[in-house]
Design a protein around this ligand. Structure first.
Ligand code: ATP
Ligand code: MG
Length: 238
């Protein structure tokens, strides 16, 4: 099992606690309707999207939900590595060749978590994730699982995430503390706003503190008035 699944291996660690808080906040982020299909993205590369997807999936499964992780980062996929899976047949073959997703999803070592890995890297990722098959896939898996978590490439670099954002109930934006600049964070929010997607919240990742490498803060609701932001931020340290 990959070391990055902290919420599985160290259930009592502060970082697991941070993911439990994220889980709770995401589940209650939209009081009017159920949040089921969730996309995770960030402004730039390496901010912790995939790490957040995998650990949030574990945390949600530990609360009794059935979760499917879809690795829709068809450019730099890693979910197969995080869950120790084979990446032969995955999302790309479902989208490009119309293969049945049920033949491609894999069980993981975590009860309740299944993964549709990215599969072989295709030449046309944006076209594939924008296809009708992608739309249908998200609809179908959302009937079969309690939660659908979708990993994506950075939203500023390529259009994939903005396209997928239109098919989900909400988006979690991961920002790496000390790495992301304000303009990029704002640009990411703008791109999501432009396609009418609901930002469920923002994860401030890779937070360093003096008491260890973590801080369990709260959750940042990007739609709330500014003065509340300080209290609504999810901080996950590395
Ligand atoms: N909170 C954290 N604690 C420990 N390690 C972390 C944390 N967040 C990210 N990392 C590590 O940082 C690296 C980048 O994380 P990750 O792959 O999740 O980023 P990403 O945003 O998905 O990157 P990419 O843009 O390449 O898809 C990985 O090695 C991951 O294990
Ligand atoms: Mg990634």
């Amino acid at each position: 099992m990959a070391y990055s699944l902290i919420s599985l291996e160290q259930t009592k660690s502060p970082i697991s606690e941070a993911f439990r808080m994220l889980r709770t906040n995401v589940q209650f982020a939209n009081v009017d309707s159920k949040v089921k299909k969730i996309m995770i993205t960030s402004s730039g590369p390496g901010e912790g999207k995939s790490f957040t997807v995998a650990n949030l999936a574990v945390s949600m499964a530990q609360s009794g939900k059935t979760v499917i992780v879809i690795d829709a980062d068809l450019r730099k996929p890693v979910q197969h590595k995080l869950f120790g899976l084979n990446n032969g047949e995955g999302l790309s073959v479902v989208l490009a060749q119309g293969q049945d997703y049920r033949e491609c999803i894999q069980e993981t070592a975590v009860p309740g978590v299944m993964v549709l890995t990215a599969g072989l890297i295709p030449p046309n990722p944006a076209e594939l994730v924008g296809s009708r098959r992608m739309k249908r896939l998200i609809e179908e898996v959302s009937k079969q699982f309690d939660i659908v978590l979708i990993d994506t490439p950075p939203i500023i670099a390529v259009t994939d995430a903005a396209i997928i954002a239109q098919e989900v109930d909400g988006v979690v934006l991961v920002l790496a503390s000390g790495e992301v600049n304000k303009a990029n964070a704002q640009r990411a929010k703008e791109l999501l706003d432009n396609v009418g997607s609901k930002i469920l919240g923002v994860v401030l990742n890779k937070v360093n503190t003096k008491i260890g490498n973590y801080y369990c803060g709260n959750y940042y609701d990007a739609n709330e008035p500014k003065k509340k932001h300080r209290h609504q931020q999810q901080e996950i340290g590395d």
